[in-house]
Structures are given as structure tokens and as C-alpha cells.
Write a protein that binds this ligand. Sequence first.
Ligand code: APR
Ligand code: ZN
Ligand code: ZN
Length: 360
Amino acid sequence: MVKALVARSAGADLAVEEIELPRPEPGEVRVRIAAAGVCHSDLSMINGTVRPKFPLVLGHEAAGVVIETGSEVRRVAEGDHVVINWSPACGECAFCQHGEPWLCVTMEGVTSRPRGTLADGTPTHVTLGVGALAEEVVVGEGALVTVSPELPMADAALLGCAVLTGVGAVHNTARVRQGESVAVIGLGGVGLSAVAGAQLAGAERIVAVDISADKEELARTCGATDFLISNPELPQVVHSLTDGLGVNHTFECVGRSDTIRAAWQSTRRGGTCVVVGMGSRDDKISFSALELFHFARTLTSSVYGSADPDRDIPGIASAVLSGSLNLDAIVTHQISLSDVPAAFDRMRHGEGGRSIVLFT
Ligand code: APR
Ligand code: ZN
Ligand code: ZN
């Protein structure tokens, strides 16, 4: 039995419960989790934004050590330090074949299958096929990316979601180039990673935006050159900072129609507006036919940083180890499993950066 943070239903109180995980099947691996982040997508699982199956073990942003391998496992061995990739590519579907592993369709099959049981024998689901807010997980070997033991586990955990998503949105989706200008709206783990990624890409002007003044210092430490509190005049202010043009690229890291709209209007003609946040199906947004034509902007989304995790997680890990990508400002709270509900409360109020559960 291992301890795990379980949601019995949407809106129910969370509890640390004992769960029984299955032995690894062929191609599967048991990982002892060392560090796991509290991501907004976990909150979206329990607040009605998305509708997963319950009971549900939360958590999908994590790193740990391989402790048991099933038969036919080739990618990892016992003792390896691994980052968990919550969107392992099958390599065979139309998207994988087209070089878009982040859109792989096998994901749905992985996430809808229960994994493990609660103490009373009830089968439990695990968030995004992982369920990483737990002492251990059992995942397919394709979900594991080996990293150097020198990489601190808290940083490694972030590489599994926030950092891959934020840095990937900048480097892979928008392909930000040296000297360009960007704006990042929403400065949680994902947005702060986008700011750090923009600095790594050599962006000259990095405008960071949030509703919480708390975030200014964190954003500036990650590389922001300007900080603005979100307000209805945001696009005009961004234009005034950029010779009336708007920024080359905007990254919406909240998941709301009003901030997507603000990001869109803050983007210069011909620029790219990237939706990184995961919003709800009911939150609608509209564009006039004329503005879509006139502004010649690209509106796109970035799912999991448009990343190939097998390529990009090692690349980002090297950038962290060499000091060129500094993640120090992103983690503001190191907590234990029972503190996760308080971390969700901070998240609801826009307080702090990432909270990371450290398992000892
Ligand atoms: N304008 C600007 N910032 C806002 C607004 C707003 N209207 N509303 C919320 N924010 C800020 C919050 O203050 C917080 O700093 O957005 C940030 C969101 O951060 P987190 O809740 O920590 O979320 P994070 O884990 O970074 O994920 C961001 O990406 O992957 C998706 O599902 C995830 O939609 C979520 C988004
Ligand atoms: Zn996440
Ligand atoms: Zn696939």
C-alpha cells in the first residue's frame, strides 16, 4: 500500500489515502516519486473545468526513481532517475507519424483506465494516466524520460509539466527568436516557465501579466522586463510599451476567454497568440471576420508545449544543469502530501509560484 491524494468526486474534500497499485505488467515500470508539483490542471480535475472519472488520484507533474520493471522493459532500469511524461507517444497513430507526438491519440485510452484500488477495493483512476501525488506510480515505460541524478528532483518534476509546457510554447509553438518581444499572461508554474523560456530564447522585451501583484518579483527573477496587473486596458498598455505595435508573441497561461482576448489584442499584426491555458468548454470567445483578416495574426494553442518529451526534456535538463535556464524562482513552497489542499487554495487566490510535494 502507498499513500496517495485521492478525490472521491468533483468538489469533495481531498484525502490522503492508502492505495494498492498493480504489479508492473510487461512494458510497465514502478517509480518511487521523489517530487511532484501541484499543477492547475489537477485543480481543473476537481473544480468542474474538466470531467474526469472518480475516484481519482491527483497529480501528473513528477520525477522519481525506478524501483521495479516489468518484463520487456528496455528504456529504463532500476535506480534510474526519471521524469514522468504524461503524454507518452504511441509512435503509430496519424499524429505521431506526422511528427506531432504531443497530439498522440493513445492518451485517451491511458487516462480512462482505472489503475490500482482504494483500501476498500474500489478501483481508482489516476490523473492523466499518472496519479503522481502519491508515493509511487506504475506507468508504461514510454512515460519515462531518464535524467541525470545531478538534476534536483524538484526541478526534474517541473520538467514533466509546467516547464515543458511553458518553455515548449515559446521554443516549439511560437519559435520566439532573439530580439523579439513577448507577453505572458498568467504567472503560475506554466507562465513563469514561459517567461524563463523567453529569456533563454533571447527575447528582448518580456511583459509579464497577472492579477496578483505577488507575481512581480517571481516574474522579474525569471527574466521579465515589465510587469503589469491585468486590466481591461491591457492591450493598449502593451501597445504603448512596443512603439504602438504590440508584441511579436503572446502566451495566455490562464485558460479564460477574456485573457485569450486580451492576449490576441496585445499581439502585433502578423504575430502569434498562443493559448497555453486549458479553459472550459462553456467559456466562449468571438472574433470578427474583419479582424481575423486584417491583423494577419496566428491564433494557435500549445498542447504540452508542442514538445517531443524524449527530445525536449533532456534538452531542458541540460539547460538547467548548465545554468542557462533558471527555475529557482518557480518553486515557492515545498510541502507534504497533506498540504496539497492548502496549495490549491493558494492557487485559487493567485498566491505564490509552484508548490512541490517532496517525498522523503
Ligand atoms: N489575468 C491574469 N492572470 C490571471 C487571471 C487573469 N484574469 N486569472 C488568473 N490569473 C493568474 C493567477 O493569478 C495565477 O498566477 O494566472 C496564474 C495561473 O497560475 P496557476 O493557477 O498556478 O496555473 P498553472 O499550473 O501555471 O497552469 C496555467 O495552463 O496547463 C494549463 O490547466 C493549466 O489552465 C492552466 C494554465
Ligand atoms: Zn500540469
Ligand atoms: Zn500516437
